[in-house]
Design a protein around this ligand. Structure first.
Ligand code: PAF
Length: 299
């Protein structure tokens, strides 16, 4: 039985807390430093609309002997939060990063050069209906894999977390993260700018933009030795648009509620890679700038 701490008490953090507890692991939430220790109770509603009640310890610091620190914060919050906790994170603690976008694992490795770092992605749909009610809204797959050599020893993680039936270890997790990155680049900025549901991207007015984004990303993927030709990337994007047609993307929600978005770690990450390969990506560049302008209140 391992000792897991979860940094990020949003929908995904609660989803994993429930799975960890169900798998017989110890789980605790790490909240803001000023938070007093308390027991957090929440209802978890599964896909069959059955409810279970769960209790988890929550406090402003890591619990002693934390084996795994699962970070489910938004990409832009990862480094500031880990920096605050730096003195509490022992070199034996494996840091597991799970969020949209890429680039935080490199930052984390600089801060914790001796720790194992795992990265992952999940396509499970989860909604925080209220502070104490979490609803699983869409079945999905969770992939975890090693970012550095130290993390390769956790290959058997899927057997430890038996309640996450769809959890798969992936030696080349970079491919899974890039695929998700392409999907996020195609869906998130456009739905945020046009304040629309994912499904509206299939409309004749917006779909040509989606195609341009994916065409540019296919050029970057090719240079980065990723295995998918344009047609495959487009098919993956089209599939997610159709499957999540009714959803509002996370970036749509961030803009709606005037929160900072993950743009630096989604389109921004692609721009850096494209720039390193000298590949022009004008459509992605323009979307990046539009979101940045909205964030700084210029439009
Ligand atoms: O960020 C999101 O909202 C999701 O990752 C996705 C897949 C775009 C669906 O809305």
């Amino acid at each position: 039985m391992a000792n897991w701490n979860i940094l990020g008490a949003g929908a995904i953090g609660h989803f994993f807390a429930e799975k960890l507890l169900k798998s017989g692991q110890h789980a605790a939430f790490v909240l803001r430093p000023e938070s007093e220790p308390h027991i957090r109770s929440f209802n978890f509603e599964n896909l069959a609309a059955e409810n279970t009640s769960n209790t988890v310890m929550a406090q402003g610091k890591l619990t002693p002997k934390c084996d795994f620190l699962l970070v489910t914060l938004k990409a832009q919050d990862v480094l500031p939060a880990l920096t605050l906790l730096q003195s509490q994170i022992d070199k034996h603690c494996c840091i597991v990063l799970l969020h949209n976008g890429m680039g935080t694992a490199e930052q984390t490795e600089k801060l914790f050069p001796r720790n194992a770092i795992m990265v992952g992605t999940t396509s499970n749909g989860v909604l925080k209906v209220s502070d104490d009610h979490i609803r699983h809204t869409g079945a999905g797959v969770t992939w975890l894999g090693p970012f550095n050599n130290q993390a390769k020893r956790y290959k058997d993680i899927a057997t430890q977390l038996s309640a996450l039936e769809e959890l798969t270890w992936c030696d080349d997790i970079r491919e899974k993260l890039w695929l998700k990155l392409v999907i996020n680049c195609a869906i998130n900025p456009l739905t945020a700018i046009h304040q629309c549901q994912n499904g509206e991207l299939a409309s004749s007015s917006l779909y040509p933009q989606v195609v341009k984004i994916v065409q540019e990303l296919a050029l970057v993927c090719e240079k980065a030795r990723l295995p998918w030709p344009y047609a495959e990337l487009q098919a993956q994007v089209d599939n997610v648009i159709a499957r999540t047609a009714e959803n509002f993307s996370s970036m749509h929600q961030d803009r709606l509620f005037n929160r900072q978005t993950e743009i630096d770690f989604i389109t921004g990450y692609v721009l850096k890679v494209a720039n390193a390969y000298s590949i022009p990506v004008p459509t992605n560049q323009a979307l990046f700038e539009q979101i940045k302008q909205q964030e700084t209140g210029l439009v």
